[in-house]
Design a protein around this ligand. Structure first.
Ligand code: NAD
Length: 317
């Protein structure tokens, strides 16, 4: 008997969804059953065929097939990367409303199937769509997670690693807040190994400076715009970020990742779903970590949370 069955259902087999699926197959050993669901059934079927043909070259075996909402019943994680694109002349709020309807058509049958696992949302605007998932599913907040600023944090570490010529794995830094224009880097919390980067910047014996930090923060904030300008969409990075979160959940890692989670008083905020460092394990969000922010950073966080609250309140659920 196989007690180690780990099943993931992916809803939305577009560029983001399939980049995740491709990373999952290539990294191997994370889960052993992957179901692909899309409103475009032919697309899901074709993608399942294509991935299956690569299995002979993959590290570990996996059962991959196109399915439907009945397949969610015994899944561990539902990854949602389904969404509609902005139409010409459409406002952000109109798009949000249409994506909310897409989510209603997804969450209702998932819950009806008897699914009792964890929702992981990547669809943008991810913080709002995660909150919509929470409201529609009525699941406990720890079991509804968004990709939040996980990709932004990876981008930040990559750029800081490059700047200090240090392996990004030894850079400890987070992008927090909305996955969007109001996100920011609390500089007081950036560490190179266990050394405060603010101390390195203040040291006249090197050329590192605060202006470069601001430039890096801006590069992180505008990375998606740049990629979209160059190749119309971003997908590999987010696909790998989703894979990382799925691995942390299924492996019960208790790893710290900057996901979109519900705040219950942390950072002076309540109810909002927003990117913050969280301990992620088998049951989803085990704990929201509250960083020791400066007064200025606290203010930036509050205004980012206020932007998200306002967008959510404009929605008809
Ligand atoms: P895409 O258009 O390639 O794919 C979307 C898929 O969703 C399509 O296959 C479509 O058929 C499917 N879909 C639409 N309505 C559906 C429904 N009701 N039920 C099931 N499936 C449905 O788009 P993409 O490039 O893969 O992007 C997907 C989402 O991911 C977008 O919202 C995008 O903004 C977001 N995204 C998020 C991040 C992040 O950091 N969180 C990064 C990049 C992109």
């Amino acid at each position: 008997m196989n007690n180690d069955r780990r099943k993931v259902v992916l809803i939305g087999t577009g560029m983001v969804g399939m980049s995740f699926a491709y990373a999952l197959v290539n990294q191997g050993g994370i889960c052993n059953e992957l179901v692909l669901v899309d409103v475009n059934k032919d697309k899901a079927m074709g993608e399942a065929m294509d991935l299956n043909h690569g299995l002979a070259f993959a590290k570990s075996n996996m059962k991959i097939y196109a399915g439907d909402y009945h397949d969610c019943k015994d899944a561990d994680i539902i990854v949602i990367a389904a969404g509609v694109a902005q139409k010409e002349g459409e406002t952000r709020l109109d798009l949000l409303q249409r994506n909310t309807e897409v989510f209603r058509s997804i969450i209702t049958p998932v819950v009806k199937s008897g699914f009792d696992g964890i929702f992981l949302v990547a669809t943008n605007p991810v913080d709002i769509m995660t909150r919509v998932t929470y409201e529609l599913s009525r699941f406990g907040a720890s079991r509804v997670i968004g990709t939040g600023t996980s990709l932004d944090t990876a981008r930040l570490r990559y750029l800081l690693g490059d700047y200090f010529t240090v392996d990004p794995k030894n850079i400890h830094a987070y992008v927090i807040g909305e996955h969007g224009d109001s996100e920011f880097v609390p500089l007081s919390q950036v560490m190179l190994a266990t050394k405060q980067v603010s101390e390195i910047l203040a040291d006249d014996r090197n050329d590192y400076n605060t202006e470069d930090m601001e430039r890096i923060e801006e590069q992180v904030r505008t990375a998606a715009y740049k990629i979209i300008e160059a190749k119309r969409a971003t997908y590999y990075g987010i696909g790998m970020a989703i894979t990382r979160i799925v691995k942390a959940i299924l492996g019960d890692e208790n790893s710290v990742l900057t996901v979109s989670a519900k705040l219950r008083g942390e950072y002076d905020s309540k109810g909002v779903f927003i990117g913050v460092p969280c301990i992620i394990g088998r049951n989803g969000v085990k704990e929201v970590l509250e960083l020791s922010l400066t007064e200025e950073e606290k203010e930036k966080f509050r205004s980012s949370a206020a932007i998200l609250d306002e967008s959510f309140e404009g929605l008809k659920l």
